[in-house]
Ligand binder design. Structure first.
Ligand code: FPP
Length: 250
């Protein structure tokens, strides 16, 4: 039997952390002659489904890219409607998440959001902070380059304060200041909508993630589609720089 067709324990395990770029809301709406915001609204329903799917499968962490630091470049009206949608989604969904033992975090530069949205985020995070089930991270006004830059700035400040010297700067020194600090790196990265790029998402953390791309637009991404992604993940051999033979014998 060729080595590659053997499955080891890590291949059969469910991913601990799944990270998703939810792309294709606009195209989903356009196909139906609907305004783009209808696609984003349908996207919220798809979020609900994928959260349930993760909880059912005992996946520990789900991270969703809801709004990138570059999305401010969209037409003002769409940005405004998206902000309203985030507020209404937090108002409607937080209690349901809490009831289902989900711990919610919103990760990104939140200072750019309205006071009302920031308050809703804090309330939702506080309410769910002690929950022990799925950790749901929503990346909002987030960018991988922003995250690395702000972490490096903090490292430089520590050097300035004499906490350590330049020679002591290591990956751990940077990692501890990243917005995703303390959260295991994604095992599986999914992007819907047919594009095959990572668009400034989790640049540091995706170093060894398995990538899965699907043509489905985000609102069409259902449990069947999620199962396909998990199946694909479970058929990969993750080597983390080692040889296939080393992985097989471990
Ligand atoms: C990308 O599709 C989607 C977004 C930029 C917004 C994502 C928002 C949601 C799924 C709804 C809210 C989510 C939460 C977590 C409350 P696109 O607009 O770029 O689609 P297109 O590429 O087809 O134009």
């Amino acid at each position: 039997m060729p080595l590659k067709s053997k499955k080891n324990a890590s291949m059969l395990a469910v991913p601990q952390h799944v990270a998703i770029i939810m792309d294709g809301n606009g195209r989903w709406a356009k196909k139906r002659f609907l305004p783009r915001i209808a696609g984003h609204r349908a996207g919220v329903s798809a979020v609900r489904k994928v959260v349930e799917a993760c909880a059912t499968r005992n996946i520990s962490v789900l991270t969703l890219f809801a709004f990138s630091s570059e999305n401010w470049r969209r037409p003002k009206a769409e940005v405004g409607l998206l902000m309203d949608l985030f507020i209404s989604a937090l108002e409607k969904e937080t209690r349901v998440l809490h009831k289902n033992n989900v711990q919610l975090h919103v990760i990104g530069d939140l200072s750019a959001f309205s006071d009302k949205l920031q308050k809703k985020i804090t309330e939702a995070e506080d309410l769910t902070s002690k929950n022990t089930g799925l950790t749901l991270n929503i990346a909002a006004n987030y960018g991988g380059r922003w995250d690395i830059t702000q972490a490096v700035r903090k490292v430089a400040q520590e050097i300035n304060r004499g906490v350590y010297t330049v020679e002591k700067v290591c990956e751990k020194a940077i990692e501890q200041h990243l917005a995703f600090h303390g959260i295991p790196d994604p095992d599986l990265f999914i992007r819907t909508g047919g594009e095959q790029r990572i668009s400034n998402f989790m640049l540091w953390q995706l170093a060894y993630s398995e990538f899965y791309f699907t043509e489905l637009n985000w609102p069409d991404f259902d449990d069947v589609a999620f199962t396909r992604a998990i199946d694909s993940f479970q058929n990969r051999e993750r080597r983390f720089g080692q040889t296939s033979e080393q992985v097989q014998s471990a």
